[in-house]
Design a protein around this ligand. Structure first.
Ligand code: SAM
Ligand code: DTB
Ligand code: SF4
Length: 331
């Protein structure tokens, strides 16, 4: 979708924007379901990169304790518990710049993926940069989706990270697509960006071909000791508008209401679901920060008459918006 069209949508009166987003949502996701994903940090802290929002960068003095890669047994325990709690997607994150074939750590990750993929959940990993060989091996081991966020606009990216480039991120996404894995790609709101930066980010996401299978929308969780630790919280209506715009621009994706949910009221979350969010991180912890309690999330879904979504373990990434869907947006 073109930037001008995204700007036009964003500037609509809120209820007009919500009405359009809701129509796209209902056409693509008619069931009032929310996907429950559990996150686990399998390797925490000590990362070489300087992403200025991140608790795990070795460059900042943050409250995070470094931990080495978890054993396969330890990960399996957590994955089984997540499945028993009703999660249908298990996402494993590692604080690495990237992974390289032929290293012991990559072999260990492949072994973890082979085991977790036996449990019947979607398996997502986020390990940083990948080349074509690593992507192919992860896919063969059983990864269904690879998370690699672009985080903000191409223009704002160098203000946030200097140790790798926006183009590096796109290259990894290309390797993931070529290997036949679904792409999970989104960003963070609250990095000192403008609304236009946010819309430029959505423009890039919507023009990926194929479009991402899921789009995480994170609100910055300010981390003491990082350059972004003192940033102001984002405005809830700005978040809701971004979710609505993402829903319209990437109609077949799960739009995941991701980091920062612990700071949102139930009413704000309900508005996000209405605008098109249909996936959440479920369980008390994200990677290093807190998430709402699982019981509270189930109670909220029940109050809203929404149900947890069944897993899709073998779906191709969604294609670009059809002409009918595009027409719906213009209507
Ligand atoms: N190292 C890998 C990478 O950068 O792709 C994977 C882990 S990294 C922590 C995954 C994503 O978490 C980041 O791209 C960012 O979108 C999100 N994230 C990290 N710290 C955050 C924070 N403090 N608030 C909100 N989102 C955050
Ligand atoms: C994503 O977009 N958000 C998740 C997941 N992908 C890996 C990570 C959120 C991290 C929030 C900060 C923390 O817990 O350290
Ligand atoms: Fe954090 Fe990932 Fe950046 Fe490392 S590459 S500092 S883990 S966001």
């Amino acid at each position: 979708m073109h930037f001008d069209e995204l700007q036009r949508l964003y500037q609509l009166p809120l209820f007009d924007l919500l009405k359009q987003a809701r129509a796209v949502h209902e056409a693509n996701w008619p069931k009032n379901e929310v996907q429950l994903c559990t996150l686990l940090s399998i390797k925490t802290g000590g990362c070489s990169e300087d992403c200025s929002y991140c608790a795990q960068s070795a460059r900042y003095d943050t409250p995070v304790e470094n931990e080495r890669l978890l054993s396969c047994g330890a990960v399996m325990e957590r994955a089984q518990a997540a499945r028993d709690n009703g999660s249908t997607r298990f996402c494993m994150g590692a604080a690495w710049k990237g992974v390289r074939d032929g290293t012991q750590k990559f072999d260990e990750v492949l072994e973890i993926v082979r085991n977790v993929s036996q449990l019947g959940m979607e398996v997502c990993v986020t390990l940083g940069e990948l080349g074509p060989v690593e992507a192919k091996k992860l896919r063969e081991a059983g990864v269904t989706a690879y998370n690699h966020n672009i985080d903000t606009s191409p223009e704002h990216y160098p203000n946030i990270v200097t140790t790798h480039t926006f183009q590096d991120r796109l290259n990894t996404i290309g390797h993931v697509q070529d290997a036949g894995m679904s792409v999970c790609c989104g960003g963070i709101l609250g990095l000192g960006e403008t609304v236009d930066d946010r819309l430029r980010m959505v423009e890039v996401l919507s023009n990926l071909d194929p479009q991402p299978e899921s789009v995480p929308i994170n609100s910055l969780v300010p981390i003491a000791g990082t350059p972004m630790g003192g940033n102001d919280p984002i405005d809830t209506f700005g978040l809701v508008r971004m979710i609505a715009v993402a829903r319209i621009a990437v109609p077949g994706a799960k739009v995941r209401l991701s980091a920062g949910r612990a700071q949102l009221s139930e009413e704000a979350q309900a508005l996000c679901f209405f605008a098109g969010a249909n996936s959440i991180f479920y369980g008390d912890k994200l990677l290093t920060t807190t998430n709402p309690q699982a019981q509270a999330d189930l109670a909220l879904l029940e109050k809203l008459g929404m149900t947890p979504q069944m897993p899709f373990t073998d779906v191709p990434a969604p294609a670009k918006a059809t002409e009918e869907e595009a027409a719906l947006v213009e209507a």
